[in-house]
Design a protein around this ligand. Structure first.
Ligand code: BV8
Ligand code: ZN
Length: 248
């Protein structure tokens, strides 16, 4: 890629002190994790309401567990892509940095990102409906799996209609409202409240940048949009940032 940078983007990079990156399924697409609304999108095979809701889980825990086990198996076979590694470099390029992700695949942490704000939970973690204990087993003696206390286990992800973890969403809102540079990467900007983060940032004066392979619901509100694969655009932007900061 040979990205053409605008002066306003270059100025934003030069002056930014506090940077936030917020990612969606698109940042993991090139690692092999199906997105939710793309051609091969997860919801294409299943409708979100059928599987990613507590009601669906109550009605058919076996089907919902089978879907999560299928996704876990997929995720266990894949590795981060250059986009994840580029984001993992960002904390050392700015005074303060925070990464927020809608993704439940854990790939940012595998790539070396720390303090990742996983606002929709983590597919690798189970939670007990009775004692709230977390566990990380992926092989179960029985389906649907139960906790040591005898309670039912569920995947520790946020389903539609469920509140996001209070601590995670507080951090996400807080950093979006105080940063001066905000990147939204690989998200269709459909799912709330995650989709409101870029607007929150823009409203308080942050420079908002979108990276996506196509226009989204967010494209009309951002300051700069880079159309391209995050695994190609992000590493190039990191190189540009290092050049500007005289690190290379
Ligand atoms: C809540 C975890 C409130 C589970 C997920 C109307 C009716 C019903 C509900 C609502 C409604 N309006 C709003 C709502 C609320 C609802 C919602 O937003 N629904 C949408 C569908 C309208 N939200 C909720 O229910 C949330 N909770 O609001 O609670 C509340 C209030 C009070 C009291 C109680 C409750 C909870 C939402 C969380 C749902 N859980 N995931 C699991 O994963 O199994 S959401 C799931 O979908 C993902 O986590 C992710 O967040 C989302 C998918 O979005 P994206 O990440 O953007 O992925 P998508 O495929 O859409 O887009 C991928 C993008 O990448 C595309 O743009 C594509 O072009 C791009 N791309 C592809 N390849 C690349 C690329 N970009 C760059 N490079 C590439 N290579
Ligand atoms: Zn329990």
């Amino acid at each position: 890629m040979n990205i053409q940078y605008s002066d306003k983007f270059l100025d934003a990079i030069k002056t930014a002190k506090s940077v936030v990156v917020s990612t969606g399924a698109g940042v993991s697409a090139e690692s092999g994790v199906p997105t939710f609304r793309g051609e091969e999108g997860l919801w294409k095979k299943f409708r979100a309401e059928e599987l990613a809701t507590f009601e669906a889980f109550q009605a058919n825990p076996k089907l919902v567990w089978e879907w999560y086990q299928y996704r876990r198996e997929t995720i266990n076979k894949i590795t981060p892509n250059p986009g994840h590694y580029a984001i993992a470099e960002m904390p050392k390029l700015f005074d303060t940095f925070r990464l927020i992700t809608q993704n439940v695949d854990g790939l940012h942490r595998v790539a070396g990102s720390e303090n990742v704000v996983e606002i929709h939970g983590n597919i690798k973690r189970n939670k007990c409906l009775d004692c709230d204990e977390f566990s990380y087993d992926e092989e179960f003696q029985q389906f649907p799996p139960t906790c040591e206390c005898g309670g039912k286990l569920r995947p520790d992800v946020v389903w539609f209609g469920e509140m996001l973890p209070a601590d995670a969403i507080d951090i996400a809102f807080g950093v979006s409202r105080s940063c001066d540079l905000f990147f939204t990467v690989g998200t269709s900007g459909v799912v709330q409240p995650a989709a409101s983060l870029p607007t929150m940032a823009r409203q308080q004066g942050a420079f908002v940048v979108e990276i996506n392979i196509e226009p989204t619901e967010l494209t009309y509100i951002v300051d700069e949009s880079f159309m391209g694969k995050s695994s190609e655009v992000l590493p190039e932007i990191i190189t540009k940032i290092k050049e500007i900061k005289g690190l290379i």
